[in-house]
Design a protein around this ligand. Sequence first.
Ligand code: FES
Length: 355
Amino acid sequence: MLISEPTNNESLDWAQAPLWEKGTVELICQQVIRETADISTFVFQMKEKARFNFKPGQFITLMQELDGEMVYRSYTISSSPSRPYTLNLTIQRVEGGRMSGWLFDHLKPGATIKATGPDGVFNIIDKPATNVLFMSASCGITPVMSMSRWLLDTCTDADIRFIHSARSEADIVYRRELEMLDEQHAFFNHSTVLDDRDGWLNLEKLQQLVPDLHSRTLYICGSPVYIEAVREMAKSAGFNMDNFHHEIFNDAMIKEIADRSEVPEVSGEGFEVALDKSGVVVTVDPNELLVDTLMAQKAPVVAACRAGVCGACKVKIIDGEVESGSQMTLTPQEIEQGYVLSCCSRPRSDLRVDI
Ligand code: FES
């Protein structure tokens, strides 16, 4: 949703461009920056002149038709909303990855792609702190880099300790920027841990690098193996795990969460699902996922992860009950307002959905 009307007048000063905060938009690729051998940053502007607004750490979902099928993939925004005229996605080319392969082969400057969002509760606004420890491995650096850029651009009094792990020096994403931030800001200190130079991070190294570990709030993003290893280190050091925030974006982990998010099947009569905006009413089996009901009616809903992880399929229930396997990305306020993740919700009564 644009909070003021867009305009196609090319002379409009960008400074007056409306803010984009939510919804489906078309992005134009302006630049592709090679970060490492398999990671590049794609720089976008809005096709309808607008500025980007999101919470540092959030993601957006790209939508692209591939071989006649609409494919959705969520990527964390690596830029900061303090620089609202462009939005950056730093993406790793995954072997056999349909979307990442397509992006690297086709998304050149001037090409367009649809996106929806932003979403995600792993962000520095909903989980604020001023004494922070950012930890990342490989492409997991993107959300914590967005948070760092935001905290430094907005001149907060944040004290940032940043530890990034990579295979080798050639694999460090944003290496020069990290070094520059370190030089320019007294309260930004970063270290890199390289597999081929230092070996894997362990508790002893972590405590050497962050002697005041216990006084910090930890935000971590990377592979499940990396996150679990650091979680165990933090626990064994007696770290307050309420201050341990993590982001998952690995297929195996998502599959495991999808299995946990399964809603048990029930037998019984079907229920009526009413789509409030279009007036459509359909009768569905109680075991049908709400997202499938909505998509079958061509309602504007996105099923990106289908695992209750990304939040792209969020809808508001006006009346009725659903059983949900995950509320992972919903805030307490959204739950209070009746939002559910439709990819892991099944009807348990007649429903009225705000869509
Ligand atoms: S599609 Fe990702 S949470 Fe439902």
